[in-house]
Design a protein around this ligand. Sequence first.
Ligand SMILES: *Cc1c(COP(=O)(O)O)cnc(C)c1O
Length: 380
Amino acid sequence: MGIQLFVPTFNIERCMEEIKECLEKGWTGLGFKTVEFEDKWKDYTGHSNAHFLSSATAGLHLAVKIYKMKYGWKEDDEIISTPMTFVSTNHAIAYENMKIKFADVDEYLCLDPKSVRKQITDKTKAILFVGLGGNTGRLKEIIEICKEYNLKLILDAAHMAGTRFEGETPGLKADCTVYSFQAVKNLPTSDSGMICFNDAEDDEICRKMTWLGINKDTYARTNQKGNYKWKYDVEYLGYKYHGNSIIAGIGIAQLETLDRDNAFRRQICNWYDQRFKEIAGIKRVLVAGGCESSRHLYVIEIDNRDELLEYLNENEIYPGVHYRDNTEYGMYAHGKDECENSARMSERIMSLPLHLRLSKKDVDYVADKVIEFVNKNRHS
Ligand SMILES: *Cc1c(COP(=O)(O)O)cnc(C)c1O
């Protein structure tokens, strides 16, 4: 088997109970558990609105779409985003044919406020910030920039389930926050996500947009008993983006141990830190001050990254890379050579195995092999 990058762990008994409840009731779709999970997520995070989705990709798309509709953004208007992310982030902007202006990342691999400022023009409408690996980076300064220039802040919190900044959910200060509960995220289901708008009106539009634009209010008003269910209106060209009760049930079961699970992730990162902090040639991507990270990722920066990847593979350790600079992809080549740090880090970063089934012994084994390679390299 070796040591894998991610191995999701499920609270199997609790997941089965939740799923069984859905099956017995005969309710596996929208409503029931999706509503229960939304309520529990609001309680847990402090968000005033939460809508359960089939994925975070869907949520990021809707965040851009709904603001574009509401504020009349044009197709040549711009959103500032990061090249150091999973492509979903930037696809969300591209789906709506808006312009992506790439700003560079800082030492946290999050958007660098200095670089963001340089990208602002009179066409800039929003900033899309990614909390990479659960880190908040310089989000606080990005929030200030958004206030100063009257920009919307969309937070891609795909890695941030359970992250806190100065004791609070960081997304409470964004206009819209999107979480992912995809199969290998730190709150794994199979595929799902949550979108949290600060404004209740946006949440209301979003609920229609995730179910084909259907507005059920008409029949709810005219009939409480549930007849005339077909008498709804269709207000928007919406999508089929909402989540379902089976997956929401898994989400509910997983949320019960999220804080404990994230604490163990931080413990694992601590073990790596202890081993690496004195080693010249291994640079760790640190967690920003004030941030209690969900620790979705543990990232180091090294020379000869690809060779180290091969060396670790030979020793049955299977790390990953989060991420390749998106401007290396054909789709986003227009931003090439603009973000120096992203381009550089894209060649130098590696995510080490980080999941709940690792023991101290596993972590030490990975650390031994990384250190062995780095020392050999420095002396050859
Ligand atoms: C996983 C991920 C997404 C997409 O999440 P899905 O739920 O799989 O759609 C978006 N952004 C980042 C940074 C991610 O890691």
